[in-house]
Design a protein around this ligand. Structure first.
Ligand code: NAP
Length: 287
């Protein structure tokens, strides 16, 4: 794992000064301590966003940075794009660090959290965003393909939440947002592994939310519909057309529209826990 911090962060005009002792009862940081302002309400907070080099994770990291949070930008392969995300956060006056880690590996999850704390001092916000697909018909899907998707999309969420909790508990404030999918609610042909992981994430979110409800730590999920990222643009054009026809709003969602939902849960969700926020253009209305 290689922590990289670009030069820009050294001349950032945003501090990561902690909100260590004077948390308010609703978990909001006193402005004087956190240096939060209405323009940068998450100033003083540190966010770890997994899979933040591209797509929804990149948009979320930038949106949290724009709200004033210092951001650990995680990636597994895309170092350049991850560095670009960090540079963008710093261009907007924030602080970011870039951390390589393969979250499908339990040990690397723990190291990722430790590296975030070493680089930025703490973890207040965890966005479990990184995810993969490995689609195939159930009859042809082997156990290895099932396990790879479960490990990355669900196992990592378990491990990362466990790893951040002690740090969040010391301050009695934390926000966890798990990136599920409408597929975890409805199922989808050829996605047995992915649907199982995303549905499992919803159950996991609810249990951890209940267990930490008195500790100032909220745990929620966001369930996107079809969002215009590499995950969708790799789909064959003919199938894309069919999928588009199924979206009541008639268009793909944008990564920034998912990022807004995450920011809402983090910034304004002090009384929201165990919830799943659907952001799907009407694809699913029953949940
Ligand atoms: P994406 O564009 O394919 O980006 C995936 C991100 O996850 C990349 O940053 C990638 O890092 C990272 N990643 C993958 N495996 C990783 C690993 N083992 N360790 C660390 N990072 C890893 O995906 P996306 O569309 O933005 O999706 C983000 C999340 O939203 C996923 O959980 C996905 O299931 C969920 N979602 C997406 C849609 C959609 O329509 N796009 C719909 C519902 C839910 P590298 O760049 O380094 O490979």
């Amino acid at each position: 794992m290689t922590p990289t911090r670009s030069n820009r962060s050294k001349r950032s005009n945003h501090t990561t000064k902690g909100v260590t002792s004077e948390e308010q009862e609703d978990g909001a940081a006193p402005a004087a301590v956190a240096e939060a302002t209405s323009a940068r309400p998450l100033a003083g907070r540190v966010a770890l966003v997994t899979g933040a080099s591209r797509g929804i994770g990149a948009a979320t990291a930038k949106a949290l940075g724009a709200e004033g949070a210092s951001v650990a930008v995680n990636y597994v392969h895309s170092k350049g794009p991850a560095e670009e995300v960090a540079a963008e956060i710093e261009r907007l006056g924030g602080t970011a660090t870039v951390l390589q880690a393969d979250i499908s590996d339990e040990g690397q999850c723990t190291t990722l959290v430790n590296d975030t704390i070493a680089a930025l001092g703490r973890v207040d916000i965890l966005v479990n965003n990184a995810g993969i697909t490995e689609d195939g018909w159930f009859r042809k899907m082997d156990r290895l393909a099932f396990d790879r998707v479960i490990n990355t999309n669900l196992g990592a969420v378990f491990t990362l939440m466990k790893a951040v909790m002690p740090n969040m508990e010391t301050r009695g404030w934390g926000r966890i947002v798990n990136m599920s999918s409408f597929v975890g609610q409805t199922g989808n042909l050829t996605q047995a592994n992915y649907a199982a992981a995303k549905a499992g994430m919803l159950g996991l979110t609810k249990v951890v939310a209940l267990e930490y409800a008195t500790k100032g730590i909220t745990v929620n999920a966001v369930a996107p519909g079809f969002i215009e990222t590499d995950m969708v643009t790799i789909i064959a054009p003919k199938i894309q057309e069919m999928l588009l026809a199924k979206i009541p709003m008639g268009r793909w969602g944008k990564p920034e529209e998912i990022a807004k939902a995450v920011v809402f849960l983090v910034r304004d969700g002090s009384y929201i826990t165990g919830a799943c926020l659907n952001v799907n253009g009407g694809v699913v209305t029953a949940y």
